[in-house]
Design a protein. Sequence first.
Length: 308
Amino acid sequence: MKSYYRVVLGRQHVYAEKFFNENSIGVYYDIDQDLTDHLPEDWRAFNRQFIPGFMKKLPDKSKIAAGLACGALWTLAKGIAEGDLVLSPDGTGSYMVGEVVGGYRYQPDDPSPHQRPVRWLERRISRTDMSDELSKALIAPGAVSNLTQYAKEIESLIQGITPTDIFTNLPEVENPYLFAMEKHLEDFLIENWRNTPFGSDYDVYEEEGNLIGKQFPTDTGAIDIFAVSKDQKTLLVIELKKGRASDAVVGQILRYMGYVKEELAETDQLVKGVIIGIEDDIRLQRALSMVEGIEFYRYEVDFKLKKV
């Protein structure tokens, strides 16, 4: 089955046109060696091999940053298959679309030496034509991210069909109205973080001054908000219910917490979870009663009209 990825070509997309002209994509991530004989089928094995060297070379980086970097590099070099499609921002508000047509190659003299050959399509996709959901996914942290859940919309855009409705790409959504409303709650929480119940004890994860904790990538999707306690002892996974079935959101946050615990957390760090929604139900209550480390927060919406 075809998969879809976003690949950012250099900081501020500085190498976008270069790679377009060379029919390729590439990244760096501070690993200066040919990976041809070091690409296991499982990205976890790759991370175990390369995270220690990454952190030795860049001692100011956290294990979280090292895991993100190594995971993204493995994805570009091995995880993306021939025939998959990549979207790369060109720096003008549009995205180049290319089909990956070959395997990994190492170009040591290139600023982005870890590369794959690509056949670029003639059509570029404007971000203004995308659904809000896809547009937000395309600004996720890191140079490489998986967009396969947006396949239907991406294919429509490639064909020149602009979505006229909200594209709800999540099959488990029960309430499209709540989905449409709660997907804006994420921005509100980030913008008002200090005034939330979490702001006094946690900071949304940042790397080199860049906000990384919003739509934080994992191997099973993106965490809505990923935060680290101010004392660095606890990692917090926040998932918005977004109109989804209770079973689906509990399963998702458990997967995210498992990823954080196994791949990112230091041995002395705890991992906690929070689900936020406008209402719970008996299924959510029953599930959370048997799970430690996950809390539910209900939000309220208060609209007021004042005559001027």
